[in-house]
Write a protein that binds this ligand. Structure first.
Ligand code: PHE
Ligand code: NA
Length: 495
């Protein structure tokens, strides 16, 4: 069967940008920047973007285009064992798909709540108590019971990704991207221009961009910057390879990769300015220092922002705009995660798109119910930590090392340059082979040292062992099984 193709270059870029821009840009970037010294974070962030983000994006676009297959089948021809890495990346995507959707579900609930600010005066108690009904024992393994008020929005959120992966590249993904991404930019632009003129807003923005150069000596800051770049660009776990495998024969690579990266990172700045304007206004309004109104992590989007919305002019407009942005950004990213998994399974088994999408979305929806329980938030926190610090960084590092050894990078560069509107020089090979690989190794080792010496989040030893490390081990075992056991069933995708 002939592989599907994007109908237009714009369609491809909007889909890639839709994958890149996600919850990570709207809530993760601002608090990462804030926690790591505001303006000083921007330097490591930009270095990570140029040294790792752009080269990696070019590499993945090039790989998908050249081998015309999802990650496992792109890696398999390089070395039979490399298919394992492809499936491990698919597993990373699958784990993310199941918890990312929970946050999208919350956003959908909050979109509803925001019309009347039904979170009331105490947004903190509302989120953790009334909405999530979080159990008080700090234990990610005691899940308690299903919360229907979370299950329903979660399933609605699944229906978007199901529709997109079921109908395919042109019918679903490209068409949705053309509506969602422009809509997202319009909403965030309206929000940002409105909140920037509030009293105290510029004070907040100053905070975000205020340099603290001593932070540059802190390895944690660099680790967070690189981690954020890989997460925000969706590189290193099968997604961009899958999307670029649907590129037509004659397609620019370099310019598309630069555009995707710049649009994503520009959007993060915009979202950062928006969030910190609101925080600055809130601090001024409540007469508190800015540091006292910020709560990090999920609290930023679901506690601090609702509290701020109560104080804003026109809360019934700005509130829904904020949560609709979060929803649209999240859904377009989730679609890309599900497409990466769907295309990998289709390539391997030869199953139809409809069958594959139905099975995967159905199974994923079932698993994701674990996050719609009393212990869901804690489970999500622990899983997210292990996926970000080891799953994503580990699979990025493994990809770089294996490709540096097995792929003729100069050949790849020639392939890419032949197609592209402008050429990239040998610096690209240097970044992939040495710079990114070296920096990532340091990061993974430093993360390992931290996690082996302290229990993340104060969770119990056994929960960290079974849920955190156990999950990574299970993912690896499944990857090995998929790559080595079913080879006789592999159907070639060649037309
Ligand atoms: N890039 C997305 C973001 O910034 C995150 C993402 C994660 C996308 C996993 C796809 C898969 O939120
Ligand atoms: Na992003």
């Amino acid at each position: 069967m002939k592989r599907e193709q994007w109908a237009s270059r714009t369609g491809f870029i909007l889909a890639a940008v839709g994958s890149a821009i996600g919850l990570g840009n709207i809530w993760r970037f601002p608090y990462m920047a804030y926690e790591n010294g505001g303006g000083a974070f921007l330097i490591p962030y930009l270095v990570a973007m140029l040294a790792a983000g752009i080269p990696f994006m070019i590499l993945e676009f090039g790989l998908g285009h050249k081998y015309r297959a999802s990650a496992p089948m792109t890696f398999a021809p390089l070395h039979p064992r490399m298919e394992i890495l492809g499936w491990f990346q698919v597993m990373v995507a699958a784990v993310i798909a199941c918890y990312y959707i929970a946050v999208i579900g919350w956003s959908l609930s909050y979109l509803m709540f925001s019309f009347t600010q039904s979170w009331g005066n105490d947004a903190n108690a509302f989120f953790f108590g009334s909405y999530l009904k979080l159990s008080s024992d700090n234990s990610p393994s005691s899940l308690g019971t299903l919360q229907w008020s979370i299950v329903v929005p979660l399933l609605v959120a699944w229906s978007f990704s199901f529709f997109a992966t079921f109908t395919g590249i042109r019918g679903g993904i490209e068409r949705l991207g053309k509506v969602m991404i422009p809509l997202l930019f319009i909403m965030v632009l309206i929000l940002t221009t409105r909140v920037l003129t509030l009293p105290g807003a510029t004070h907040g923005v100053d905070w975000l961009f205020r340099p603290d150069f001593s932070a540059l000596l802190n390895t944690r800051v660099w680790a967070d910057a690189f981690g954020q770049i890989f997460f925000t660009l969706s590189v290193g776990f099968a997604i961009m390879i899958a999307y670029s495998s649907y590129l037509p024969e004659k397609s620019d690579i370099n310019n598309n990769a630069f555009m995707t990266v710049f649009i994503n990172c520009g959007f993060s700045m915009l979202a950062g300015i928006m969030i910190f304007s609101v925080l600055g206004y809130m601090a001024a309004e409540q007469g508190k220092p800015l540091t006292e109104v910020v709560s990090s992590g999920v609290g930023l989007a679901f506690v601090t922002i609702p509290t701020a919305i109560n104080l804003l002019p026109m809360p019934w407009l700005l509130g829904p705009l904020f949560f609709a942005s979060l929803l649209v950004a999240g859904v377009s990213s989730h679609i890309s995660i599900m497409e990466a998994i769907t295309s990998s399974v289709m390539d391997k088994t030869g199953w139809s798109r409809r069958k594959t999408a139905s099975l995967l979305c159905g199974g994923g929806a079932l698993i994701s119910l674990a996050y719609a329980t009393n212990g869901g938030l804690l489970l999500l926190d622990l899983v997210d930590h292990f996926i970000n610090n080891f799953g994503i960084l580990g699979s990025c590092l493994a990809e770089l090392i294996c490709l540096s050894l097995l792929l003729r990078l100069d050949g790849m560069r020639n392939h890419i340059n032949r197609l592209s509107e402008f050429s990239i020089g040998r610096w690209w090979e240097f970044c992939i082979r040495y710079l990114c690989t070296g920096l990532l190794s340091i990061l993974v080792i430093s993360n390992l040292v931290t996690d082996l010496s302290t229990n993340y989040g104060g969770y119990s030893e056994s929960e960290i062992l079974w849920i955190g490390w156990g999950m990574l081990a299970t993912m690896a075992i499944i990857a090995v099984t998929l790559a080595t056991r079913f080879n006789d069933q592999t159907l070639t995708t060649e037309a």
